[in-house]
Design a protein around this ligand. Structure first.
Ligand SMILES: [Zn+2]
Length: 307
């Protein structure tokens, strides 16, 4: 056999008499080194974790805290100083964004408001950008959490819902259009009017006559009682001189982007809230399906009658 045919050679450059055996040894040695490498990486991560824990012991991540300087990070770990610093700053940024989110509640605030509020915090560095906050904004928590929020309750009282405008279209009459984007699941506004029992609602309806533009919203409340929101007059008694958005929202089966949901507040007050069923763009008309139908809203059967 010539040297060309000696494919496997031993570590001493001699000929190998049993290649399969040697190949097996090679495999074992490769597997061992990979396992070793993996163990080393884990060790490094453990070290980084331990170093970060030491850092936050000395400089806890708080809303107001100053970011650690490089000297402190180097003191804790010269190997990980940069990563320690970056991780701390990122953790504080996350905390600050959450803080802004909780402050503004479940409705998308304007960039101007967020920007002003951020500057009022007096954060000197690692300051979140209002524009980015708005871009990344998502409604948080469940619908029930949103409805329990003071902000929503206040808006059902004041009727000063933001991001909506009443429009007048020659053919169709009035409608409501979004002046900002709404994300699917977001509370858009409520259907406001005088809350009466369904039988009172029916008797009012027979008195005023069934004309076009007479609005009565019949529903079953969370306690199973048949109720009605009477909005047959353009303005309610509690908001004289003002037309509320809910009753001006038009019907569309094809293009509907809202769904109503009955909700009973802690003080037993019944409200009908409109939730966005899809992402709604600026200038898009708000629409929901009128009509007699039985649908399930978040597991709660609700009878909806629109007259
Ligand atoms: Zn009112």
């Amino acid at each position: 056999m010539g040297p060309k045919r000696d494919f496997f050679i031993s570590s001493a450059s001699g000929r190998i008499h049993n290649p399969p055996n040697d190949l097996q040894r090679l495999h074992i040695s490769i597997a061992r080194s990979a396992a070793q490498q993996k163990a080393e990486t884990t060790d490094l991560q453990m070290d980084l974790e331990a170093a970060y824990n030491r850092l936050v012991e000395r400089r806890p991540v708080t809303l107001e805290g100053e970011a650690p300087d490089m000297a402190l990070c180097t003191d804790i770990s010269p190997n990980f100083q940069r990563r320690l610093y970056e991780r701390w700053v990122k953790a504080q940024m996350k905390l600050r964004k959450l803080h802004i989110h909780l402050h503004f509640g479940p409705l998308l605030p304007s960039e101007e408001k967020v920007s002003k509020w951020i500057s009022d915090q007096g954060w000197r560095s690692n300051t979140p950008s209002a524009a980015q906050f708005i871009t990344e904004w998502k409604p948080h928590g469940s619908v029930d959490t949103a409805l329990d929020a003071k902000q929503i309750r206040r808006l059902t009282r004041t009727q000063r819902w933001k991001g909506l405008v009443v429009t007048e279209d020659g053919g169709k009459g009035k409608g409501v259009v979004a002046t900002r984007r709404f994300l699917a699941g977001e509370v858009v506004c409520d259907y406001h009017g005088q809350v009466v029992t369904a039988s009172e609602g029916h008797s009012t309806r027979s008195t005023v006559g069934v004309e076009d533009g007479i609005h009565m919203f019949f529903f079953e409340n969370m306690n199973g009682k048949a109720m009605c929101i009477d909005t047959h007059s353009p303005c309610c008694k509690c908001h004289p001189g003002r037309q509320t958005f809910g009753r001006l929202i038009n019907h569309s089966r094809k293009r509907c982007n809202l769904r109503p949901r009955a909700y009973t507040l802690q003080n037993e007050e019944d409200i009908i809230i409109f939730l966005a069923t899809k992402n709604i763009k600026e200038n898009e008309e708000l629409l929901f399906v009128y009509g007699v139908e039985r649908r399930s809203f978040v597991g709660k059967a609700l009878d909806l009658l629109w007259v």
